[in-house]
Design a protein around this ligand. Sequence first.
Ligand code: NAP
Length: 330
Amino acid sequence: MDDVLSFAVFLLTGVPLIAMLSVLTPLLRLLRIFPRSLSIDEQSLAGKVVIVTGCNTGIGLQTAKLLAHKGAAVVMACRSVEKAAAAAAATSPGAGSFHPIELDLADLKSVTRFVRSFEDQFGASHLHALVCNAGVPAKLGTRTVQGFEMAFGVSFIGHFALVLELLPRLKRCGGRVVTLSSVMHRFAQPGCSANWNHAAFDTYPMHLRVFTSSYSDAKSAMVLLAVALRARGIASSAVNPGAAAVPCVAPIISAEPLEHLYLSPYWVPSRLPVLDLAGPFVGAFPNLSKPEQAGAQGVALDAERLWSWGETVLQASHDREAQSQLGRAS
Ligand SMILES: NC(=O)c1ccc[n+]([C@@H]2O[C@H](COP(=O)([O-])OP(=O)(O)OC[C@H]3O[C@@H](n4cnc5c(N)ncnc54)[C@H](OP(=O)(O)O)[C@@H]3O)[C@@H](O)[C@H]2O)c1
C-alpha cells in the first residue's frame, strides 16, 4: 500500500515536471541558456598522469578522451579491464595514452589492488589528478562486497578509500581531485550522517529509494569530499555534469515492477533530444563549481563529520576482514 501511495506521489509530481522540462528545454536552448558546446582551453597536459574511474563509457570516457587528446597519460580505472581496453582501442588517444587498470569500487580489496598496480606501473611520484567519476543509481537490495548500500558504496565509500590510499602521493605531487556530484545532491537527507550506512534503505518508501535516497546522499557526500580535501590542502572541485544523454537509468533492473514504471517516464525522454539539457556528452565538460558554493551553512563541519565517519567505517571494515582471516587461519 505504501508503494502504491508513493507511486501516486510520483505521478502527481514527476510527470508534470518531465512534461514541463520537455517544453522548456528546447525553448531555453533557443534562447541559448543551455549551450550545445563549450570551448576547452588548449593547455597541454603532456607528461601528466590522470586517473579517471569508471571511464569505459559515458561521461568518464569522454573525460578520458579529452584528457588524452591534451596529452595526458590516462589511467582507466574500470571494473572491467576488457571493457576499458575495448573503449581505449576504439578511440585515438591523440597526443596522450590510455592505461586500463582494474578497479571495482564495490570491493575495498580491489581498491588496494588497484593502488598497488598503479604504483607498479607509474612509480611512487606520479599523479597529477584523480577524477572520481564512477557511479551507479540506487537499486533495491544491492550491497557492495563489504556490505554498504551499492550507490553510496560505489560513489562515496569506494572513492573515499581510494582517496585515502592516494592522499600522500596527491600531496607530494600537488595532485588535484575532481568528484562527480549531481543536482540530486540537493535531495540528500538533512543531517544524513546518522543514516550514511543506509541500513534502512530497503525499507524507504519507493519515491525516496529511487530519487532521493542513497544516490542523493552519495552525490552530496561527493561535494563534501571535495570540501574536506580542500581543507587538507588538495585542490579539489565537485562537478555537476548536468544531464548527459547516457543510458543512466538502464541499469536499474529490479525485482520491483513498480520501480520500472517509476523510471519509464524518465527513460523515454532520455532517449529523445528533449531532455538532453547539455547536449550529448557535453556533460563531460561541466560547469566546475566551487564546493563552497554548492553547500548550505555548516558544510565544512559536515565535510569533517563525513571524513571521520568514513575513516571509522573503513577501519571497522578492515578489522572485520582481519578477524575473519584470523578465524579462517585458526
Ligand atoms: N548522466 C548524467 O546525466 C549524470 C547527471 C549527474 C551526475 N552524473 C554522474 O556522472 C558520473 C558518470 O555517470 P554516467 O552518466 O557517465 O554513467 P554511466 O555511463 O553509467 O557510467 C558509469 C561508469 O561507472 C562505472 N562503474 C559502475 N560501478 C562501478 C564499480 N563498482 N567500480 C568501478 N566502476 C564502476 C561503470 O562501469 P561499467 O560499464 O562496468 O558498469 C561506468 O564506467 C556518475 O558519478 C553519475 O552519478 C551523471
